[in-house]
Write a protein that binds this ligand. Structure first.
Ligand code: CA
Length: 245
């Protein structure tokens, strides 16, 4: 089942040079494939979709770090996809791949919430450079080093979680996990998304890892005497919940 939750991606993903995931929605397969091959060499993970409707479904999962979006697509055009992303408040940055003849589309695209555009034919190296700029810009905007949720405060620079006078330092995957949960607050985040963002892909082994790390974090939140608990949302994943006394 495709996940429809809006999951915000932690910007530690950039700092730690995760394999960032790029969705390529482009019906010209040879072009999409050439882009994909180049991006893989730059350590990005890629997914190619050549159909507009399928591309929209995939884009709406929110699991991508960036979307490359063609305009003329079978079944649903790129502008409609952009509209859906906005309506669903998916904040994944989008770069539009537009044909030279559709020059007015560029403006239209930027007004519709695209982050950048590139005119076909383009040099793939230029596209890669643009991708990096857009990702960096997004990261700069969102790189707030302290995240607050209820009585918890997480410092992303040094991994300190504090609650009133209590403080614990976490790092590595625990830090990434808590960061994602805190950014998403009471909204459930699926195990698939967590496994994907933290371990790079999802599989049964990674789901077990998620569970193990969730249990570590639960113990730490208890030690901190925080009102915030990690709730298991059956069939979905986890969310933060505030226990009122
Ligand atoms: Ca096309």
């Amino acid at each position: 089942m495709k996940e429809k939750f809006k999951t915000f991606i932690p910007m530690s993903a950039l700092r730690k040079e995760f394999n960032m995931k790029i969705l390529i929605i482009e019906d010209e397969y040879s072009l999409a494939d050439a882009i994909s091959e180049t991006l893989k060499k730059e350590n990005f993970m890629t997914n190619i979709i050549t159909d507009g409707e399928e591309g929209e479904d995939e884009a709406l999962t929110g699991v991508y770090d960036l979307i490359l979006l063609d305009i003329m697509l079978p079944n649903k055009d790129g502008f409609k996809i952009l509209e859906s992303l906005q309506r669903e408040k998916i904040e994944t940055p989008v770069i539009i791949l537009t044909a030279k003849s559709e020059i007015y589309d560029k403006l239209n695209g930027l007004e519709n919430g695209a982050d950048d555009y590139i005119t076909k034919p383009f040099h793939i190296k230029e596209l890669v450079a643009r991708i990096k700029v857009v990702l960096k810009r997004k990261a700069d905007v969102k790189d707030l080093s302290i995240i607050q949720y209820e009585d918890l405060s997480l410092n992303l620079r040094n991994g300190k979680i504090s609650c009133k006078n209590n403080e614990i330092t976490i790092n590595g995957k625990e830090l990434e996990l808590l960061e994602i949960l805190m950014i998403n607050k009471s909204q459930a985040v699926s195990r698939e998304t967590l496994a994907d963002k933290i371990w790079g892909f999802n599989s049964d082994a990674e789901y077990n890892n998620v569970e193990v790390y969730i249990s570590f974090l639960r113990k730490k939140l208890k030690l901190l005497k925080s009102k915030v608990e990690i709730k298991t949302v059956r069939g979905i994943g986890y969310s933060l919940e505030v226990q009122n006394d």
